[in-house]
Design a protein around this ligand. Structure first.
Ligand code: NAI
Length: 462
């Protein structure tokens, strides 16, 4: 039996970051992971492999659409799907090996296998029982199921199967116009598939700024994606090579169906804690099935903590990472802090979509007085030179104090640009603070400054 200060269960972005921070703070730490490799869903079958395919398919799109205009002549590249899969896998491998290296460097034991918690203070893996003064549950999430839809990961797939298709399908149906559906839908659309997205609501990407939603949907349509909105999927019927999707339009209850080679089910994820027997341990769940925690990420059982997708809040890798660092600080007797008001969210399509903080809807609902500063990428020289003039930056600031309350960006490098606003918000900056900060020319980030200027006396280039 080995004995640890902390055992982390799960090595996704929440778990491995928690383990590293615990070790850095002098705690004897182990991390239990049952997969062959470290990194969890994000690194192995989620964020990272999908980003490799997004990058490759974007390069193809650039070659097909913009190269000739830039004076780059020649045949556009064709898709070697096997090689693209190899590239994707090597991206995953370098990252998972990177975590293995970091574990060794920080003297963290990787306990291989699936963990159970027989009682507080003990973690069982296979036949071995390890003692742990503190346990951190960081077991992540899994795709939620949809009634009438049976996933086989070949024809009817979740994001996991969608990253490993045998070939690029001719026709693909995506159920759900959320982050996963639109990221992977646009990958396959750019690689040549005819993609139809079926969405229950009347707008894509629920919770996003409505102006961003509309612009985003228009851009995706222009790229060739088709949308059936206000439609509830009833069932799928699959053979070995095809599937039929039946859906009902909400406006008139009429039933329709559509065929495709592959159906991607992307209707949300749910917390994953199979085999942990939480109820027996006395760990309470919320109404939505997440592990209930205190503000110090502790469950109802002393010494057992939970972070990331198994708990409340957005299911985002970086939210889990922040919680991982914070819970380690708490366990080490320090002060752990996560600012839940400043957690950015990014959709890695082309163009990217990014947002942080309040939307106009949330501000209206709270009856708060705000002002809007907006700037189009059409007024940004760098964006125009790079065929990226579509989209805008919108900053929301308090009408009285000018304090930045939120930001919504659709356009080039939105996922990177959002962070200067996050830093500004973290420091409680006003729109004027951002507007008075010198921004290098010519950069995309000037569009953020111009939106901040638009909160005051006006943008210069509009
Ligand atoms: P989601 O919650 O973002 O979107 C699901 C969509 O499916 C919603 O628009 C919903 O209205 C629709 N839907 C539900 N039932 C339906 C039905 N019967 N028929 C038609 N439409 C239906 O879920 P998604 O995209 O699966 O993502 C899961 C989680 O993973 C999210 O929390 C997301 O934040 C996270 N994620 C984040 C990424 C990022 O940060 N870039 C990338 C991938 C996932």
């Amino acid at each position: 039996m080995s004995s640890y200060d902390v055992i982390v269960i799960g090595s996704g972005p929440g778990g491995y970051v928690a383990a590293i921070r615990c070790a850095q703070l002098g705690l004897k730490t182990a991390c239990v992971e049952g997969r062959e490799t470290l990194g969890g869903t994000c690194l192995n079958t989620g964020c990272i492999p999908s980003k490799a395919l997004l990058h490759a398919s974007h390069m193809l799109h650039e070659a097909e659409h913009n190269f000739a205009e830039m004076g780059l002549k020649g045949k556009s590249p064709s898709v070697d799907w096997k090689q693209m899969q190899t590239y994707k896998q090597s991206t995953v491998d370098t990252n998972t090996k990177g975590i293995e290296f970091l574990f060794k460097k920080n003297k963290i034991d990787w306990v291989k296998g699936w963990a159970t918690i027989p009682e507080a203070g003990k973690v069982k893996v296979g036949d071995d029982v390890h003692e742990a003064k503190n346990i951190i549950i960081a077991t992540g999430s899994e795709p939620s199921s949809l009634p009438g839809v049976e996933v086989d990961e070949k024809v009817v797939v979740t994001s996991t199967g969608a990253l490993e298709l045998g070939k690029v399908p001719n026709k693909m149906i995506v159920i759900g116009a959320g982050v996963i559906g639109l990221e992977l839908g646009s990958v396959y659309s750019r690689l040549g598939a005819q993609v139809t997205v079926i969405e229950f609501l009347d707008a894509i990407t629920p919770g996003m700024d409505p102006e961003v939603q509309k612009t985003f949907q228009r851009m995706l349509k222009k790229q060739g994606l088709e949308f059936i909105m206000g439609a509830a999927v009833q069932k799928t019927e699959a053979t070995k090579t095809k599937a039929k999707v039946t859906y009902k339009l909400r406006k008139d209850d009429s039933e329709h169906s559509l065929d495709a080679d592959v159906v991607l089910v992307a209707t949300g994820r749910k917390p994953y804690y199979d085999g942990l027997d939480l109820e027996k341990l006395g760990i309470r769940l919320t109404k939505r099935g997440q592990i209930a925690i205190t503000k110090n990420w502790e469950t109802d059982v002393k010494g057992i903590y939970a972070i990331g997708d198994v708990t409340e809040g957005p299911m985002l890798a970086h939210k889990a990472e922040d919680e991982g660092m914070a819970v380690a600080e708490v366990i080490a007797g320090k002060h752990g802090h996560v600012n839940y008001g400043v957690i950015p969210s990014v959709i890695y399509t082309h163009p990217e979509v990014a947002s942080v903080g309040e939307t106009e809807e949330t501000l209206k609902a709270e009856d708060r007085a705000y002002k809007v500063g907006k700037f189009s990428f059409m007024g940004n020289a760098r964006a125009k030179a790079n065929f990226a003039g579509d989209g805008f930056v919108k900053i929301l600031a308090d009408k009285e104090t000018d304090r930045i309350l939120g930001c919504h960006i659709i356009g080039p490098a939105a996922g990177d640009l959002i962070h200067e606003v996050c830093v500004a918000m973290e420091f409680g900056a006003s729109a004027q603070d951002l507007a008075m900060t010198c921004h290098a020319h010519p950069t995309y980030s000037e569009a953020v400054r111009e939106a901040a200027l638009a909160c005051g006396d006006g943008a210069i280039h509009m």
